[in-house]
Design a protein around this ligand. Structure first.
Ligand code: FES
Length: 109
């Protein structure tokens, strides 16, 4: 069993419960793109380098996520709409520990 369930609320407020593979070295931004939950060109703009914040999301569940890297901290310090629970989706790698994760996509900026 390598798929986990993740709940993603898109920018229109629509909740999607999706299956996420943990054996494909994917991150949350790539997952959102693969299910086309945000229009092409509005998420993952920098390709997952923690340099654009287009993949910002709010973490709603109390999962223990890996600490932010310095790059992620720095990008979030400059981004718009940042909340205490903001993370960059491209920096969250899909692992079995994230089963049941709930996130909401931050507004496009
Ligand atoms: S895709 Fe650019 S910061 Fe995540």
């Amino acid at each position: 069993m390598t798929d986990i369930k993740i709940k993603i609320t898109d920018r229109e407020g629509v909740l999607h419960e999706v299956d996420a593979p943990t054996d494909m070295n994917m991150n949350l931004m790539e997952l959102v793109r693969s299910y086309e939950l945000a229009p092409e060109g509005t998420i993952g703009v920098c390709g997952g380098m923690a340099m654009c914040a287009s993949c910002q999301c709010y973490v709603k569940s109390d999962h223990d996520l890996p600490e932010k890297s310095d790059d992620e901290e720095a990008m979030l310090a400059e981004a718009f709409y940042v909340e205490d629970n903001s993370r960059l989706g491209c920096q969250i790698h899909l692992t079995e520990e994230l089963h049941g994760l709930e996130v909401e996509l931050a507004p496009e900026s």
